[in-house]
Design a protein around this ligand. Structure first.
Ligand SMILES: *[C@@H]1O[C@H](CO)[C@@H](O)[C@H](O)[C@H]1NC(C)=O
Ligand SMILES: *[C@@H]1O[C@H](CO)[C@@H](O)[C@H](O)[C@H]1NC(C)=O
Length: 581
């Protein structure tokens, strides 16, 4: 009996040792995404005046992707693609209307449950999975506490951050992205209401009609029902839309922004310390450098590029702290760090006083919300000492959807077999086991509309890009959408092209000189090849519920997250005091 017990104990011990060493072999992942950062803002991509030494160190010690493409030029769809490794149209996170990203915390759309995120797969592999910062893929669906789209229902087991996008309206004195639209709505509604009332009174007075008192009451009621919530919403915007959560709990409403980047950093450091003996995945999703811009006192006024530069330099500091923590805990060689931005710099962001609040896209044309290279070509760095050689530079096309299969494979899991994954494992390219990208075609969507296609032609240096339509963007193009903050994907602010516009990015990365049948003898052959690939691609897109339909993006008061009673106007502050050496 005793012998058997001993044997059993020994076996248990051996198996735990085995499990332990097996899990220890699994690499950690720190995936860093900055919001709206331009490729031209970073030192290692050529910026000389913004100081980003910590980001540059990742490039010097690892791999730099020079043609790293976001799956969409806008936050919500780009992040949906990043989390799932699939084009945003596949998950329904591509809008048919002009509202391409979630702007209200209490809307019902979001990442559907049947989508699989890399966090979900890694959690099953025994990973600790955390997200710190911006989520932007929905919160509730039917009730204010169903948390249907919440990160904790998509494979993360820790969340500290915000569920919807950051906006100018979140910080008093930073202007508003809504005011003009809301004012117009109110004006129109009031005009209609007044005209209706006067008509009714006139008809009544002249005894054309005997109008019951009830009708007047109904008109008045309608006015309150439609106008009331709008007034209330904008009056209390910071409380309703700018709040911070820890897991399922709202802990700060409205958010105190000033030192938020520092608090996020402290959260990241604590997450790394908590998981020293367990493989982990940390998605560090910075809320900066989207407007409204902010920076802690240590960084304010220190950069050469106003508050925008200050915010970038604080993010860089934060990344340095995280890398340093990995180093201190001897996790550096067992951790893959990835650095990117969700889309290109938002060039239209200029404050009311004329200060530039959007970043820089270098030599690339356009910016956020456009499929010009400036909207989708983002920084992409991978750092992993001992695995990725220092100063590796990859010029081949890669996508932010590639992180999904890369991370899943490295964790030891296999890719889901029941769906199309559009991303491709990055490791063969980065470790120089293959020299060309397997991405032959990349499809550039403007929300739900196929806007442009990139063809990385095999056995050729050419990278063709065709546009079916382009935004009328630059201010010099009269009536451009530069002044409307976000370019639309259809309507009078776009130009249709038939035949499509054709560029060769290898010769013309700035997309300045469209090719013609005269300048490119293969013009029609190229278009034909792309057309065939498009046909196959379209056939492979299944119809799914549109998460960005109007009904899914509007504010629904009954879904509003609120940390106190409505009478106290949803306000609280239970965040920990900031401590970081
Ligand atoms: C560096 O970034 C800033 C801020 O976006 C920009 O204004 C500046 O032109 C960039 N400088 C260079 C040399 O790229
Ligand atoms: C990490 O890897 C690098 C490069 O292979 C090596 O020089 C260094 O000694 C390693 N550090 C640790 C703590 O193992």
């Amino acid at each position: 009996m005793l012998q058997e017990m001993k044997l059993l104990l020994l076996l248990t011990f051996l198996s735990t040792v085995n499990v332990f060493s097996a899990t220890k072999l699994k690499p950690n992942f720190v995936l860093i995404m900055v919001d709206d950062l331009g490729i031209g803002d970073v030192g290692c991509y050529g910026n000389k005046t913004l100081r980003t030494p910590n980001i540059d160190r990742l490039a010097a010690g690892g791999a730099k992707l020079t043609q790293h493409i976001a799956a969409s030029p806008l936050c919500t769809p780009s992040r949906a693609a990043f989390m799932t490794g699939r084009y945003p149209v596949r998950s329904g996170l591509a809008a048919e209307s002009i509202f391409g990203a979630f702007i209200f915390s209490a809307s019902s759309g979001g990442l559907p449950k049947n989508e699989v995120t890399f966090a979900e797969i890694l959690k099953k592999e025994g990973y600790s999975t955390g997200i710190i910062g911006k989520w932007h893929l929905g919160l509730n669906k039917e009730q204010r506490d169903d948390f249907y789209h919440h990160p904790l229902n998509h494979g993360f087991d820790y969340f500290y951050g915000t569920t919807v996008t950051h906006l100018r309206d979140c910080i008093p004195g930073n202007g508003s992205v809504f005011q003009a639209g809301a004012a117009q709505f109110l004006k129109r509604t009031l005009v209609i209401a007044v005209i209706t009332l006067f008509t009714l009174i006139f008809l009544n007075y002249n005894r054309f009609l005997k109008i019951p008192r009830k009708v007047f009451e109904y008109v008045f009621l309608c006015l309150i029902i439609f106008v009331g919530p709008v007034i209330f919403f904008f009056w209390k915007f910071q409380y309703l839309n700018c709040f911070l959560m820890r897991n399922y709990q709202v802990i700060q409403q409205p958010v105190v922004y000033e030192n938020l980047t520092q608090r996020m950093t402290s959260e990241a450091v604590k997450f790394i310390l908590r998981n020293q003996n367990k493989p982990f995945l940390l998605f560090m999703s910075y809320i900066q450098v989207h407007t409204a811009l902010y920076a802690s006192s240590e960084f304010r006024g220190k950069s050469k590029h106003g508050i925008y530069g200050d915010a970038v330099e604080e993010v860089d500091w934060s990344i340095g702290k995280i890398v340093n923590e990995l180093h201190k805990n001897k996790q550096q060689n067992n951790t893959l760090i990835y650095f990117t931005s969700d889309n290109g710099a938002h060039l239209e962001e200029v404050s009311s006083s004329g200060e530039v609040h959007g970043g820089y896209n270098g030599i690339f044309k356009g910016g956020k919300a456009t499929n010009w290279e400036g909207g989708i070509r983002v920084p992409g760095l991978l750092f992993w000492p001992g695995v990725i050689k220092p100063e590796t530079v990859i010029n081949e096309p890669t996508s932010n959807m590639d992180i999904f299969p890369t991370v899943v494979k490295l964790s030891g899991a296999s890719l889901p077999q029941d769906r199309i994954i559009d991303g491709l494992d990055l490791m063969p390219l980065i470790q120089r086991k293959s020299v060309t990208s397997e991405h032959e075609f990349l499809f550039h969507y403007c929300n739900a509309y196929l806007n442009a296609i990139r063809w990385n032609q095999k056995n050729s240096s050419s990278i063709w890009k065709v546009f079916f339509f382009t935004p009328i963007f630059y201010p010099e193009e009269s009536e451009g959408c530069f002044n409307s903050l976000v370019c639309p994907c259809f309507g009078h602010l776009t130009t249709k092209h038939d035949p499509p516009l054709l560029f060769d990015l290898s010769r013309d990365p700035g997309e300045k000189n469209p090719l013609t049948p005269q300048t490119e003898p293969n013009f029609y052959n190229i278009l034909r090849t792309i057309e065939e690939a498009t046909k196959i691609h379209r056939e492979n897109i299944a119809v799914v519920e549109n998460q960005m339909s109007l009904k899914n993006v509007i504010w629904k008061p009954w879904l509003q997250a609120c940390c106190s009673s409505w009478l106290e106007f949803c306000s609280c502050d239970q965040d920990e005091k900031f401590v970081l050496a």
